[in-house]
Design a protein around this ligand. Structure first.
Ligand code: FDA
Length: 394
């Protein structure tokens, strides 16, 4: 005899645990299955161990999707302040770091513990180290065959995440289940990921590895103002991770270093007051020293005096720094990507409940859905909001 549940949730991550709490609070018999040894592993490592659990500014504009209006309903029904209230009820201290990003003061483990405590209190069960071998439709719902037995359920919620960081247990299971039931999947790709440069660029930029600078990074209409970091493989830092979700192979990105600084104006003023200094020395007042040297050298100005530079030469130097155009070779891929762009096509889902329109009882939530947030707590907010939405419906 197969075990019977009202709701089976595949994936004990952020979305799955939130859904389990809400469904169990409604009196549903809930079982969460996960092949991992521990629940919420991505929560544990997130935000450098402090979990950037939401963003107070989270709204539909902070998400990428082929169907941008889809996320509105769930985001409106479970807001950042709802999660903050939960965190506060559990006495977890938090702070705003920057740009509306909320972090735990101490440890991301507190968020995992909080979700587990809520699940326990609501009566949701968790079964770990359980591999899913098959999912099938039966008259009364779904049958899930696992390494620890067979479970039959009225509602099946797929919350198994995306493809990012396979070492942490990410699999493409959600996309396979979607395909099995005829739901379309928007092409997936690594997002919030460092970008790589080709060998020629790496040789040139090698001297800059480890240098960080404030920048506005632009690709098409998308622009992000945060730090950029040069690495041994290419470019990283929050502004690069943000733009990686928009960038496509073969295209260029434009970096405006020190976006608020009028570099040409400052250099011209320095030319008047201290024209006997080298251009790289003057630039080092504005930029990290290695970047100052790099741009002066690129412009072949290192042997000259500031006083000898024409307005045009100064303006060209400033442009090379504030419209620095680079063509990434690729990205570091799912190995280091924070999230997966694309996923279950939201046109096949109901935006209020996250239920598959053509497969009653089947739900998809969290990262596996084609809704991808910016860096900064937005992805967890989507996990909580979509988990909450399904939790009210299953
Ligand atoms: P999630 O990946 O959390 O959970 C899926 C669960 O399903 C896992 O427990 C997994 O083991 C299980 N599973 C997968 N395949 C399975 C299978 N075949 N059988 C059984 N179980 C299976 N976001 C944010 O907002 N703020 C932040 O600070 C960070 N920081 C961050 C750091 C790093 C290093 C990464 C990789 C990611 C982030 N993120 C983030 C993104 C955030 O972690 C992500 O968006 C959410 O965890 C997605 O939640 P889900 O519940 O959808 O999937």
């Amino acid at each position: 005899m197969a075990e019977k549940q009202d709701v089976v949730i595949i994936g004990a991550g952020a979305a799955g645990m939130m859904c389990a709490i809400e469904a169990a609070k409604r009196g549903r018999r809930v079982l969460v299955l996960d092949h991992g040894k521990a629940p919420g592993e991505k929560i544990r490592i997130s935000g450098g161990g402090r979990c950037n659990f939401t963003n107070i500014h989270a709204g539909p504009k902070n998400f990428l999707s082929d169907n941008p209006h889809f996320c509105k309903s769930a985001l409106a029904r479970y807001r950042p302040q709802d999660f903050v209230a939960l965190v506060e009820r559990h006495g977890i201290a938090w702070h705003e770091k920057t740009l509306g990003q909320l972090f735990c003061d101490h440890s991301a483990r507190n968020i995992v513990r909080m979700l587990l405590a809520e699940m326990k209190q609501a009566g949701a069960a968790l079964r770990l180290e359980t591999a899913i071998s098959a999912v099938e439709r039966i008259v009364s719902g779904f049958r899930v065959t696992t390494s620890t037995g067979t479970v039959e359920t009225d509602s099946l919620v797929v919350a198994s995440g995306g493809k990012s960081i396979p070492k942490m247990g990410a699999t493409g299971l959600a996309y396979r289940i979607a395909e099995q039931f005829g739901l379309p999947v928007v092409e997936t790709r690594p997002a919030l990921v460092p970008l790589t440069l080709d060998q020629a660029h790496l040789e040139k930029l090698g001297v800059l590895a480890g240098v960080a600078a404030d920048a506005e990074v632009r690709f098409g209409q998308a622009a992000f103002r945060e730090a950029v970091l040069v690495t041994h493989r290419g470019l990283s830092g929050p502004a690069i991770l943000q733009i990686s979700s928009y960038w496509r192979e073969g295209a260029e990105i434009v970096l405006k270093l020190m976006p608020e600084v009028n570099i040409a104006g400052i250099l011209k003023a320095m030319r008047r007051t201290n024209g006997r200094q080298a251009p790289q020395t003057a630039l080092a007042e504005i930029l990290p020293r290695r970047l100052a040297h790099f741009f002066a050298e690129e412009a072949r100005l290192t042997g000259r005096l500031l006083a000898d530079l024409s307005d045009r030469a100064i303006e060209a130097l400033a442009t090379s720094i504030q419209a620095w155009t680079l063509k990434p070779a690729g990205s570091e891929g799912y190995r280091t990507a924070e999230v997966t762009l694309g996923g279950i096509d939201t046109r096949a889902l109901d935006s209020k409940s996250m239920q598959a329109r053509d497969v009653p009882g089947l739900y998809f939530i969290g990262e596996c859905v084609d809704v991808t947030g910016w860096l900064g707590g937005y992805n967890f907010q989507w996990a909580w909001a979509s988990g909450f939405a399904a939790g009210q419906a299953v």
